[in-house]
Write a protein that binds this ligand. Structure first.
Ligand code: G3P
Ligand code: MG
Length: 249
């Protein structure tokens, strides 16, 4: 269980709730608050450019409409992904994975890249994102942790870039998920914090893997989970958790 290179506190979607999720502005804000680690969601444009967006559709977090993966990057690049959050972020664009990777590696930060395929594009997304990560992080001491709810995406990522660590994402783990961890050669289980128990943490640790819990916004709950030995906590509540658990940043 030695050699885990990721901090225990991780900024969810870059900057939690303080900035528009999955943007460079969010990542910069998270870093300015002391977060060395961030999680963000990556999918493909129609012309296979990896970029950051949580939803399959554009409506909630951009001024566009429709399925993001049905547009070429040249169209997506012109959208506003900040105005929905607050006027200060008006004009903030959707970021490409390569721009984000340059910010992270250039500032000595680390990443959990969640592969979030448009439904139906699981394998190609896993393959393209893993290849991009392998190239963008080549020679960097801490490689990005790839995670996904999409099993096929992680299989493709494993086949494309076996050296990149993988995490299996699931809301509430069942017996089958322990098989998935084995088959994927995953280093970590990422689940809802509501599903975490001391027994789960022990079992995952006994298998030589780590437990990551999302999304933990309550400081008391974070204290409890960290006390049980949870290895990573994704939070939207950046300021409060950073102040309370500064040693875990
Ligand atoms: O990767 C942890 C967490 O981000 C998973 O849920 O929906 O926020 O991507 P979601
Ligand atoms: Mg995510």
């Amino acid at each position: 269980m030695n050699g885990w290179p990721y901090p225990r506190l991780i900024a969810h979607r870059g900057g939690g709730s303080l900035a528009p999720e999955n943007t460079l502005a969010a990542l910069k804000l998270g870093a300015s608050l002391g977060y060395r680690a961030s999680e963000f969601d990556v999918k493909l444009s129609r012309d296979a450019v990896p970029f950051l967006l949580h939803d399959s559709k554009l409506e909630r977090t951009t001024n566009g409409a429709g399925i993001a993966g049905e547009f070429d990057w040249s169209v997506l690049a012109g959208l506003d992904a900040g105005a929905w959050h607050s006027p200060a972020y008006r004009g903030e664009p959707l970021p490409r994975l390569d721009d984000v990777a340059r910010f992270i590696t250039g500032n000595g930060l680390v990443a959990n890249v969640e592969i979030k395929p448009t439904p139906g594009f699981e394998a190609v997304t896993g393959r393209v994102v893993a290849r991009a990560c392998a190239e963008l992080w080549a020679g960097i001491p801490v490689q990005p942790l790839l995670s996904s709810f999409a099993y096929e995406a992680l299989v493709a990522a494993r086949d494309e870039a076996p050296h990149l660590p993988r995490g299996w994402l699931i809301e509430t783990p069942t017996e089958t998920d322990f098989d998935c961890l084995e088959k994927l050669g995953a280093v970590s289980l990422h689940c809802s914090h509501r599903a975490v128990t001391p027994d789960l943490v022990s079992r995952v640790h006994e298998g030589g893997r780590r437990v990551m819990a999302w999304t933990v916004n309550d400081a008391e709950r974070a204290e409890c989970l960290l006390g049980w030995g949870v290895d990573g906590i994704f939070t939207d509540n950046l300021r409060e958790l950073a102040a309370r658990f500064r040693g875990y940043l």
